[in-house]
Design a protein around this ligand. Structure first.
Ligand SMILES: Nc1ncnc2c1ncn2[C@@H]1O[C@H](COP(=O)(O)OP(=O)(O)OP(=O)(O)O)[C@@H](O)[C@H]1O
Ligand SMILES: [Mg+2]
Length: 259
């Protein structure tokens, strides 16, 4: 579904992404791992149109999407979440979700969704959609809570919820489990797997928690120093000499413990 070919992102003389080549299969859940500073977030930013690549190519279903701005990718169903949650803290969780289609997708998607219905109808539909998303994520009780007052883990869940307000095809999740407690992490993992199975979402998930990666992903890609170091099952990755070496100093074990 996504093909990245020899992608580079340089910051001055520093090669944050340094010739990454990879494929994301449709309807897969791909885990993207690698030590701190490996270039994972930068890779996401380039794919999602937040940063222009220095060179290289990204295609989606065969179409060249290299360097397209985020809102155009959004129309194509390519969405991302952020390593640090972006919420409107004084608005409720429901309102945060209701913001998504109008705020990010612009007129076209709005019109497709609602046709010529009146604004009141649109708002009612949005509200119903937001409540459906909250229910899917098993956090209906947060609907009226201000987003600034919920826990870090719940904010991550809200970020995932935002991707459900539109018909996403592929979602890039950056450290969705960071700072999240076990129970909430399971909720997030279950939501990802259900969205994948029931709604055909494709996911690429950056995460340091190897248990989480092992549980949800069917393919794992390991980056180091801006390049793809290895790919395969998590067991294969963990046994890979180069991967073990790349994690020296931090250690794969450490990555599990700190996640
Ligand atoms: N805007 C920028 N300007 C200069 N250097 C940057 C910029 N963004 C990222 N870098 C550098 O690029 C490298 C890769 O960073 P990136 O955030 O992509 O790593 P990461 O794999 O996501 O790490 P982590 O697991 O810690 O989130 C790092 O050394 C970082 O300091
Ligand atoms: Mg990162």
């Amino acid at each position: 579904m996504i093909e990245v070919t020899d992608l580079h992102k340089h910051f001055g003389g520093f090669h944050a992404v340094d010739g990454a080549t990879l494929k994301i299969e449709e309807r897969s859940i791909t885990g993207l791992i690698g030590p701190n500073g490996a270039g994972k977030t930068t890779l996401f930013n380039v794919i999602a149109g937040v940063l222009p690549p220095t060179r290289g190519r990204v295609t989606m279903a065969g179409e060249d999407i290299t360097g397209l701005p985020p809102h155009e990718l959004f129309h194509k169903g390519l969405l991302r979440t952020f390593q640090i949650a972006h919420e409107f803290s004084s608005m409720t969780c429901r309102e945060n979700l209701m913001m998504v289609p109008g705020g990010q997708s612009g007129e076209r998607l709005w019109n497709t969704w609602f046709g010529r219905k009146r604004i009141a109808d649109e708002e009612r539909a949005l509200r119903a959609k937001a409540d459906e998303v909250l229910e899917f994520l098993t956090v209906s009780h947060l609907a009226e809570q201000r987003a600034g007052e919920i826990s870090g883990g719940q904010k991550k869940l809200l970020e995932l919820g935002r991707t459900m307000m539109v018909d996403a095809k592929i979602v890039f999740l950056d450290e969705v489990g960071a700072g999240v407690n076990r129970t909430l992490l399971n909720t997030i993992g279950d939501a990802i797997m259900r969205l994948n199975k029931e709604r055909n979402y494709t996911f690429v998930v950056i995460e340091h928690d190897m248990d989480f990666i092992g549980k949800i992903s069917d393919h794992v890609i390991c980056m180091a120093e801006g390049k793809v170091l290895a790919e395969g099952s998590l067991a294969e990755i963990k046994a890979n000499e180069q991967v073990i070496e790349a994690y020296l100093g931090t250690g794969l074990k450490n990555a599990e413990a700190t996640a």
